[in-house]
Design a protein around this ligand. Structure first.
Ligand code: ADP
Ligand code: MG
Length: 483
């Protein structure tokens, strides 16, 4: 055969293989998994190819072994063989087209490993699981962890003691007991959920260097899912996640209403849970209060342990600020600045840190020392701007006061017209001026469902359109809410 003879150098043989492979797999997978491969040599009917990491080799073996066998047989005949050599790039990581957190090649200790693969396996023979081939290190994943968010830098206080110790228990024994799996951490923003998740990840990597740890935000997970469906490597996406030993998913509330992503996460969750892998999930609400989630997923969230983080007390705030200043490299500051900040910022730790950053920035800019005066100026400005957000409680009080109705009456199940209208107005204003969902507004207004809130918003909108007198009332109320 002409083709056979002419292509007896390694490049030609591999080129022929690629042409066949290309026609048989998705273009994107081809670019991702086959383009980076180089043909090295052809000796004794053994074709040696170079792959960039062990992860690559494992992936090829798991996903493309059949096609590889076929093309090698086609090109080299029945006694042809394929060998991989892993050569790890020591240079800086180049732009990588992988949509998942990329492997960290630098962590592979052994710079070049030969892995002979016998292409002549019969077809009914089971493809060996690449992850248990002796001598192969486990895949290395970029865990996306931030060093600063360690347990050492996490200040303990009564607001977080229970959550912290649960997190620590999980970190020292990941997947160890189903009572901690999943660990579900919830709180309002800026109280340390993300910090605690990273702390778990860092500790696990420290104690168990061989475990594969991955931190992702639910948003990232969602994006990756969408992307994988788009380019047709959904299976790769799922397989990737199923290889993780400790999976930390932050801000799970982002998946609210995203049924398909939830479905995928459900399967990944089950796989990991069943194989004794640890899951840690964070959210802005307790599982029971999450809206827009499949019931079966919520029930999984409740399997393990749920812990919450509260706003810190004065002493904890002082300690957190001092720790932060210490990490940043010890600035000089009068003690009273910290005391002032801790007593006047009550919202959350992120704002506390934000105000401190603003003070430092201002002091550096003007080449001045940090003083109580400066702190006061900035905290006043800072806190005023950021705490302006209005709550449903405040809205309800304004509306009820305006009509001389009590909160109890408003939240009752009375169907009297005047009461219904005030209640609807509260719902309407809450929808307009807060970020609360229809369901949570309904729950707040005496346990009504989201359809009732939706109906209320429509009714009020109509009334505003057709009733001049009513419109004037609403305008007055809006004015009160805004001031
Ligand atoms: P969340 O994820 O709940 O919104 P973060 O984890 O992002 O909150 O925390 C906000 C900031 O506050 C981060 O910079 C974090 O390091 C800091 N922080 C929160 N809790 C603590 C703590 N107990 N000790 C030290 N720093 C903390
Ligand atoms: Mg967070």
């Amino acid at each position: 055969m002409e083709r056979f003879d002419m292509s007896k150098d390694c490049h030609g043989v591999w080129e022929n293989c690629l042409n066949v492979i290309k026609d048989n797999i998705q273009a994107d997978s081809f670019n991702q998994w086959f383009k980076p491969i180089k043909a090295l040599k052809l000796e004794n009917n053994i074709l040696t190819i170079q792959v960039p990491s062990t992860f690559y080799y494992e992936w090829l073996e798991e996903h493309y072994i059949d096609i590889l066998r076929k093309v090698i047989k086609r090109e080299l005949g029945a006694d042809g063989k394929l060998e991989y050599i892993v050569i790890v790039d020591s240079g800086a990581t180049k732009g990588n087209s992988m949509t998942f957190p990329a492997t960290n090649n630098k962590e592979v200790k052994n710079p070049s490993i030969y892995m002979p693969i016998d292409i002549n396996h019969g077809h009914n023979e089971v493809v060996p699981n690449p992850f248990i081939i002796p001598g192969l290190r486990k895949i290395k994943v970029n865990s996306q962890l931030v060093e600063r968010f360690s347990f050492e830098n996490f200040v303990e206080g009564s607001c977080n003691r229970f959550a912290r110790s649960a997190a620590y228990a999980v970190a020292t024994k990941p997947g160890g007991g189903s009572q901690y799996n999943p660990l579900f951490i919830y709180s309002e923003v800026g109280l340390g959920k993300t910090h605690l998740m990273h702390a778990i990840g860092l500790k696990v990597k420290e104690i168990f260097p061989d475990k594969t740890v991955l931190y992702v935000t639910a948003e990232q997970f969602l994006q990756q899912y969408v992307e994988s469906v788009k380019v047709g490597n959904f299976n790769d996406f799922v397989n990737f996640y199923q290889m993780i030993d400790l999976l930390l998913v932050d801000d799970i509330e982002t998946l609210s209403g995203k049924e398909k992503t939830q479905d995928t996460f459900f399967h990944i969750f089950n796989h990991l849970h069943q194989t004794g892998k640890q899951l840690v999930i964070s959210s802005d609400k307790a599982p029971i209060d999450l809206i827009g989630f499949e019931q079966r997923l919520l029930s999984r969230f409740k399997w393990g342990l749920s812990v919450d983080l509260q706003t810190p007390d004065y002493e904890t705030k002082v300690a957190i600020l001092k720790r932060r200043i210490y990490i940043d490299g010890n600035m000089d500051y009068p003690e009273e600045v910290i005391e002032y900040m801790a007593s006047s910022i009550n919202s959350n730790i992120r704002e506390l840190e934000g105000a401190w950053n603003a003070i430092v920035a201002q002091a550096c800019l003007n080449k001045k020392e940090i003083t109580l005066d400066l702190a006061k100026q900035i905290v006043d400005k800072y806190v005023k701007v950021t705490t302006k957000e209005i709550t449903i409680e405040q809205i309800q009080k304004i509306v009820c006061d305006h009509f001389g109705l009590t909160i109890e009456a408003c939240n009752s199940s009375s169907r009297r017209r005047e009461i219904v209208q005030v209640r609807q107005l509260v719902m309407y204003c809450a929808k307009l001026h807060t970020k609360s969902s229809l369901a949570s507004i309904g729950r707040y207004c005496g346990n009504k469902d989201h359809a009732t809130v939706l109906h209320a918003c429509k009714t009020i909108n109509n009334l505003i359109d057709i009733d001049k007198h009513f419109r004037a009332q609403v305008e007055q109320i809006e004015h009160k809410i805004k001031s």
